[in-house]
Design a protein around this ligand. Structure first.
Ligand SMILES: Nc1ncnc2c1ncn2[C@@H]1O[C@H](COP(=O)(O)OP(=O)(O)OP(=O)(O)O)[C@@H](O)[C@H]1O
Ligand SMILES: [Mg+2]
Length: 226
């Protein structure tokens, strides 16, 4: 990303942090005033949204240096599910997983892979506001000599005319969506030499299929950017 853009991102984040902490301070001082409390909560929530937009933009324009290591996928799958567990519970979404025992180790940048995986999980949860099932499966994919990770939800599904656009930056069908979640996730999976496919049946759910190759090191050395 251009230094100018990075500078602007920085300059926007600072006042956002001040807005947020000031609103939080005021919230602590409010006594017996529900309206004011709600207004302050709106300020906090909006500043968090704005902060996320800036972070996504920065990540999209200039992905962080990558840090690949040979490691198992299983604990990462578990960690991601743990991170969305609270939200799943409030939404009455049942989480489940099935991870094959014989999975080979993969060459992964854990932090970034987790970011992609969480984006898939959050999209799945977004599609099930009134409950449902979210299932993650990982198994060997012998025909591609790699590992297949599937994130399956029983949510509202993706209509055919939407499916062709979901990887476009800033495409979103959600009221508060930015539309960078999938482009970022797809870029991360690609930087791992993998690919992502989507299968969906409107009103029945969506299946995100991530195919990861088994390889010893990334093509461009350890600190490449994709
Ligand atoms: N599991 C899913 N079920 C239904 N629709 C989905 C699913 N995953 C993605 N989509 C569709 O793809 C669109 C793009 O997804 P993407 O994650 O890029 O953006 P977003 O979720 O709308 O916003 P954000 O930037 O907050 O992630 C979504 O708005 C939604 O219409
Ligand atoms: Mg998303």
């Amino acid at each position: 990303m251009e230094p100018l853009a990075a500078g602007i991102a920085h300059e926007v984040r600072n006042p956002l942090a001040i807005i947020r902490s000031t609103a939080q301070y005021c919230l602590g001082e409010v006594v017996n005033n529900k309206d004011l409390e709600e207004s302050l909560q709106t300020i906090i929530k909006s500043s968090e949204t704005a902060n996320r937009v800036v972070s996504d933009l920065v990540e999209f324009a200039r992905p962080e240096a990558v840090d690949f290591k040979q490691q198992s996928l299983a604990p990462i799958i578990k960690e991601g599910l743990r991170m969305v567990h609270g939200r799943a519970k409030t939404q009455k979404v049942k989480l489940s997983k099935s991870v094959a025992r014989n999975l080979p180790q993969l060459f992964l940048d854990k932090k970034r892979f987790l970011q992609a995986y969480i984006n898939f999980l959050v999209n799945a949860l977004d599609s099930m506001p009134n409950g449902g099932k979210l299932r993650v499966e990982a198994a060997r994919d012998n025909s591609h000599r790699g590992v297949r990770l599937i994130i399956h939800d029983s949510g509202k599904g993706i209509p055919e005319e939407v499916l062709s656009k979901i990887l476009q930056p800033f495409y979103s069908t959600k009221k508060e969506g930015v539309g960078l979640g999938l482009p970022i996730a797809e870029g991360i999976i690609r930087s791992h030499g993998g690919k992502v496919d989507f299968k969906s049946q409107p009103r029945e759910g969506t299946e995100v299929m991530v195919l990861l190759p088994v390889r010893k090191r990334n093509i461009n050395g350890n600190h490449s950017r994709y």
